[in-house]
Design a protein around this ligand. Structure first.
Ligand code: SF4
Length: 310
């Protein structure tokens, strides 16, 4: 009898949803640093502008704009009105020639280039100066790749896959490195192809550990939850890449930019909901989504009546 009463009491409780935020999610060190540089400069009263979108997260960009950050495109730079601002270089960096032109034009530069990317830029310059052909594994139009090629435009080019390696100059050695967020397996596939056709190859795996180190942790996180809500900008390739990993492990994974996009149907029967995001997702957006789910969970609570037929 005692156990029936306990069962009835238990059954009358609304269904609880445990919501957990992925502790490995949130800004990577490079993005955190660039935003700090921007915020400190704005706090000092300076007029600050960033060349292009600082990060691929629309709502965080809006927040920074509301604090005064201006976003300008390269073609606007000759306008005299822009010269009074301090110009922030984003984490992807800039081609050498562009940076030198800006300095010549008298802009005060705030360098938000991620230190990981700065190291890769230095490698491109060093190996090009030693006569190497430099292959950068990554998308040719990715801003970081454009900036890397721009360290030594006569020696460097982008390669996205083994087929793209094409012909190499047999008289010059080859140096292979990676755009920071490229999939390491893609980097290895290109490297193997280069080694198969050229006898003198050096390489550095310059993929960023802040991103690649997350793959395994994210797979584990996704498999431990009934539903995963992945938060991040729809224009972010890093977010897209991490979301695909999540989805491959847990088909009940959903990608949102803001909490209002969450459908109650997604949470049906879920007991453990995980909230994760990419390197360009600020922690406040993860917390906002977690709070929203907790509030939404209550109306979904079901009361399972347990009856005794004797
Ligand atoms: S992902 Fe890595 S390389 Fe890119 S900004 Fe973040 S820390 Fe730097």
């Amino acid at each position: 009898m005692e156990s029936l009463e306990a069962a009835l009491k238990e059954a009358k409780k609304p269904r609880q949803i445990a919501v957990e935020i992925d502790e490995s999610a949130g800004f990577c060190p490079g993005v955190r640093r660039a935003i700090q540089v921007a915020e400190e400069a704005m706090r000092s009263g300076a007029r600050v502008a960033v060349l292009g979108e600082l990060i691929h997260n629309r709502r965080e960009v809006e927040r920074l704009r509301s604090l005064g950050l201006e976003v300008i495109e390269d073609e606007q730079l000759d306008r005299n009105s822009q010269r009074a601002c301090r110009l922030l270089i984003r984490t992807h960096g800039l081609p050498l020639a562009v940076r030198e032109r800006l300095e010549r034009d008298g802009f005060e530069i705030l360098d938000g280039t991620c230190p990981v990317v700065q190291r890769s830029q230095k490698l491109v310059r060093q190996f090009a100066a030693r006569g190497y052909q430099v292959l950068i594994v990554g998308k040719p139009n990715h801003a970081e790749v454009v900036a890397l090629i721009g360290q030594a435009p006569d020696a460097a080019r982008a390669v996205l896959d083994p087929e793209g390696v094409g012909e190499l100059d047999p008289s010059r050695p080859v140096f292979v490195l990676a755009q920071s967020t490229v999939d390491p397996s893609r980097f290895r596939a290109v490297l193997e192809q280069v080694r198969a056709i050229h006898p003198r190859v050096e390489f550095r795996d310059t993929t960023c550990r802040a991103v690649t180190g997350r793959y395994e942790a994210l797979r584990r996180f996704a498999s431990e939850h009934d539903v995963v809500i992945f938060v991040g900008g729809k224009n972010s390739s890093n977010t897209s890449q991490l979301f695909r990993i999540c989805q491959s492990v847990n088909p009940r994974s959903y990608w949102v930019e803001s909490p209002e996009e969450i459908s109650e149907d997604w949470l049906l029967d879920a007991e453990r909901v995980g909230v994760s995001g990419s390197a360009s997702t600020p922690y406040w957006q993860l917390e906002e989504v977690a709070r929203y789910i907790q509030i939404k969970a209550q109306p979904l609570g079901e009361y399972k009546e347990v009856t005794s037929n004797g």
